[in-house]
Ligand binder design. Sequence first.
Ligand code: FES
Length: 345
Amino acid sequence: MYSESNHRMTPDESASLTPSGKNVRTARERVPRLKCIDAGSDYCPCHLAEAGECIVCSVIRGDAECSCDWTGTCILAQNRWLLGHGFRRESRRVEILSREDVGQGTEILHIRTPPKQASQLTRPGSFVFVRGRPEGCYDTPLAVVKAFPGRREIVLAYTRLGPKTKTLAACKNEIWLRGPYWNGILGHQLVESVHGERVILILSGMAQVCGPNIARTLLRNGNKVSIIYGTKGYPFVAPYLQEVPAAYFINLARPSGWREIRSLLQQLRPYCVFSGGNDEQHALLKKNMTDLALEPRIATSKTHKMCCGEGICGACITVADGVQIRTCKTRLAPGEWQSNEGTRP
Ligand code: FES
């Protein structure tokens, strides 16, 4: 898909080896073609374009030639001659409409948002940054469970774990919210382009929050959707997935769990699968699909750490094949540009 992905080090580049002996190319240097989740949106050109570090536009990065993958919007034209920059996402105080303790330290929040923002958050992989105190360092990314533009409302879920989420639990009627962001999953291309096929969603742990937005998109595209809940207790997203008639409850912590999944895969033979869970779940799913001679078309939830969501702070950077990938901005498929060095700047 990305034709420049076979780019290898030139003599000039090898001169820029880091002290560890690894050549780490930044977005400013010659990099393979990457896709940006914000390209062509209201939020493009972004902070990275302003800093000459756009991950899509090679001319903004200082190259003489354009090598972009046309998205319907020329980021260079927008950046230099038309807009200057797109909208900026800013934190705003929003009202908490209701909150529900669903057990094991997890709480569901219903939040008042403008209808436009709610409708932007219906896309698969949508998330927002929220905090319970004015200081920006308390920002934490939360996936959007469901958005109701007509009701001017979105639903978020979090588990009390550290200082950020404990502060969220302590706040009363309002929180600060910044968004929309969309890069909470790997494999947007697969989820958003599949039509009229059988698709299975396997949802476990906190990653079950990805399910409702993905199911909504799949159903709208005429797919037959089945859900496998892989949690021990009752899945708290189930009330937001009532439109999916076929649901199976399998405790993946039990030794027999994967045998049951395998038999369902064999019976349903899905065109593709979404795996919301941990990396071990994604790997086991891929192995089982391959064993059953099913093409392992898999989209997954994301486990990269995020701090700013704008490509600026570097918290989400992974280095793969000598290239720094800002995973909060770059649209990736599972396994594509997987980290092989674990280096951060
Ligand atoms: S989260 Fe800050 S650069 Fe990606």
